[in-house]
Design a protein around this ligand. Structure first.
Ligand code: GLA
Length: 339
C-alpha cells in the first residue's frame, strides 16, 4: 500500500544533526520530481550538466542554461549545490588539448584554458556552490602506478593538480574544494589518494576535502574497508564528502539482465548494508558534512546501463514509485535512536 508522502519523514531531516543529504539531478528530473527532491534532499549535484564538455563544448562558447536552472531550483528551495566537476579526463572537450592545427597544444595554452574555464564556471556561481569537486579521478587504479596517465598529466605535469585548486580558490575563496575519486576504499588506492592529498597540503594547496564517490554494492566493500579509508582520510584533518553513493544490488560482474524487480534477498542485504554504512558515517560525522546519492530514486540510475548494458538496478532508498524502501525505514529507525 502506498504511504501518503506527508506521513514519510524527510530524509535530510533524519540526518540534520550530522550531514547534508544530497542527490544527483538533471534539469529533467528537477522539473518532474521537484517537490519530492525538495522534501528529501538539502543538497544537489548536477549529474552531468556542469561537467566541462557540457558548459564549454567549444572554446569560449559557454552553455550555462541547464546549470543555471539547477541553481535556481536549489535556491528557490533552500538546497545547497555541490559543483561537479572542473577537471576530469572524461566529458571534456577535445579542443581543450589541441592547437589550431589539431595537434597537441602547449603546456601554457592548456593551463590558460584551464584557468579561463575554472574562472568562468566557478566565477559565475561564486558564493552559490558550497563545494566543488575540483579534480575528479586523478589516481591510477593499477597498483604499480600512482597518478592516472591523462592528457592533463602528460601535457602539464604533476603540478596540474595544485594549479587547478589554486585557480578554483581564486575564483571563489569561500567554496570548499574537493579531490573526488572512486574505489576510494581500496586499501592500495586509498594510500595513493592520501599521498596525493598530503602532498597538496604540503604545497599549501587550497584543498579542503576528499570526495569519496561511494559507488558500492550490497556485497562490498566491507565495513572495515570503508572505516579504514574514512580513518585515513580524516587523519588529514580535512572534510570528507560522500559524493556519489549508490548500492548496486548486483556484484560488478553479474551479467543477469532478466530481473524485473529486486529479489527479497537483495532488498534485505541492501537494508542491512545501508544501516551499517550510515551507522558508520554517523560515527565520522565530525569529518563528514555531506552525503550525496548518485540519483533520487530507483526509477532512474546510471547503473541501469553500467557496467552491464540493459541490467536494471535498484540502488537507492526509494523505489521506482518513489516509495520508501525497507532501507529507508531502517535509517529512520537508526536516526531516531540516536537523538
Ligand atoms: C563518475 C563521475 C560522475 C558520473 C559517474 C557515472 O563517478 O564522477 O560524474 O559520471 O562516474 O555516472
Amino acid at each position: 500500500m502506498k504511504q501518503a508522502s506527508s506521513e514519510i519523514p524527510a530524509l535530510h531531516e533524519m540526518f540534520r544533526d550530522a550531514f547534508k543529504i544530497g542527490a544527483a539531478v538533471s534539469t529533467g528530473i528537477i522539473s518532474t520530481q521537484g517537490s519530492f527532491i525538495a522534501k528529501h534532499y538539502n543538497s544537489i549535484t548536477a549529474e552531468n550538466e556542469m561537467k566541462p564538455v557540457e558548459v564549454q563544448p567549444e572554446e569560449g562558447s559557454y552553455t550555462f542554461d541547464a546549470a543555471d536552472r539547477i541553481f535556481e531550483f536549489a535556491e528557490a528551495h533552500g538546497i545547497g549545490v555541490r559543483g561537479h566537476t572542473l577537471l576530469w579526463h572524461n566529458q571534456t572537450g577535445d579542443w581543450m588539448f589541441r592547437n589550431a592545427e589539431g595537434g597537441p597544444c602547449s603546456r601554457e595554452e592548456l593551463l590558460a584554458r584551464l584557468q579561463t574555464h575554472i574562472n568562468t564556471v566557478v566565477g559565475r556561481y561564486r558564493g552559490r556552490a558550497y563545494a566543488w569537486d575540483v579534480v575528479n579521478e586523478a589516481i591510477e587504479d593499477k597498483s604499480d602506478q600512482y597518478l592516472r596517465e591523462t592528457r592533463w598529466l602528460e601535457m602539464i605535469g604533476e603540478d596540474y593538480l595544485h594549479q587547478a585548486f589554486e585557480m578554483a580558490h581564486q575564483a571563489d575563496p569561500d567554496a570548499l574544494l574537493f579531490y573526488n575519486d572512486y574505489n576510494e576504499t581500496d586499501p592500495v588506492k586509498s594510500v595513493k589518494i592520501h599521498k596525493l592529498v598530503r602532498s597538496l597540503l604540503d604545497q599549501n594547496t587550497p584543498i579542503h576535502g576528499i570526495g569519496m564517490q561511494g559507488h558500492w554494492n550490497i556485497y562490498g566493500p566491507s565495513i572495515e574497508e570503508i572505516r579504514n579509508a574514512l580513518k585515513l582520510y580524516a587523519s588529514l584533518g580535512l572534510k570528507i564528502h560522500i559524493t556519489e553513493l549508490d548500492l548496486s544490488v548486483f556484484r560488478h560482474d553479474d551479467k543477469r539482465t532478466d530481473l524485473k524487480a529486486p529479489t527479497a534477498e537483495m532488498l534485505k542485504l541492501q537494508e542491512e548494508r545501508y544501516a551499517e554504512i550510515f551507522a558508520l558515517l554517523l560515527e565520522f560525522k565530525d569529518s563528514i558534512d555531506s552525503v550525496t546519492f548518485w540519483g533520487v530514486a530507483d526509477d532512474y540510475t546510471w547503473l541501469d546501463g553500467f557496467p552491464v548494458r540493459g541490467r536494471k538496478n535498484w540502488p537507492f532508498l526509494f523505489d521506482e514509485q518513489k516509495q520508501p524502501k525497507a532501507s529507508f525505514t531502517r535509517l529512520a529507525g537508526l536516526t531516531a535512536t540516536q537523538s
